[in-house]
Design a protein around this ligand. Sequence first.
Ligand code: GLV
Ligand code: GLV
Length: 320
Amino acid sequence: MDKRIVVTRTVPESAVEVLRGAGTVQVCSQDRPLSVAELHDAVRGAHAVVTMLHDRVDAELVAAAGDQLQVVANVAVGYDNIDVPAVTGRGVTVTNTPGVLVDATADLTLGLLLMVTRRLGEGERLLRAREPWTFHLGFMLGTGLQGKTLGIVGLGDIGQAVARRARAFGMNIAYTGRRRAAAEVEAELDARHLPLDELLRTADVVSLHCPLTEQTRHLIDERALAAMKPTAFLVNTSRGPVVDEQALAKALHDGRIAGAALDVFEREPEVEPALLELDNVVVVPHLGSATVETRTAMAELAARNVAAVLAGAEPITPVR
Ligand code: GLV
Ligand code: GLV
């Protein structure tokens, strides 16, 4: 029987090609996320659905698709948009795209780290505003990274790739996480495992690389921000709701931390307006994995997961 594959938003053509080998493909090509009603309508009768991080995947979506649904392939490493127990509990496989976006996300993290510590956004805005300026020794001074401590929250693949890059900049590495990293990883990165409180108190830069879960929602709240050094910076390329955005805006406004660089937001695509008023904040629109190479690899991996499941084989990167 022909399999019906629904893709909720445009993906690179090479991924569509892979999917065409596995069934009849319908790509929703609107230029915005589907509403819940549109999503449920689109997936009716689907054997496979390729989803984006803004698509809510839950028991209602599975019911809307119907009993023939076999797999939901999220084109993202994060899957906080998916109620995994509700979906897998109904016999539907869930997959994500780990691995392929590690370098791109780590690169972006270092980019943000440099932007916020060296005031690059601020400098760019100054020139674009055609403001007068001349070089002088006290002009737009930032903060150096050499010998400073990077505190990584969640030393998974992305956290480790960030740590490697930061070591090349001369930073010391501390980390916190549910689990202790392997001894070889700690040794390679010379990484110290610390409880979150101690990491917050001692790090010069705190960078978030944990998944969004009930345990990490608002992990960085008013209390956590108060624990950070007034000279410290926060970088978030994980998920917006890991940070209490209003508490962050207040901490930045009051000078309780030095700055923040954010790729993700609590109510994406909305950005807390108070953040946009502040010069010590760098904001970019969820670009962590946004390179041609990486987005293509993510979509192809999702497509290969779909093809595997529809062929009765094991998925390549299942979420369990
Ligand atoms: C992007 O944010 C992802 O989870 O892949
Ligand atoms: C999160 O805190 C992790 O251990 O990855």
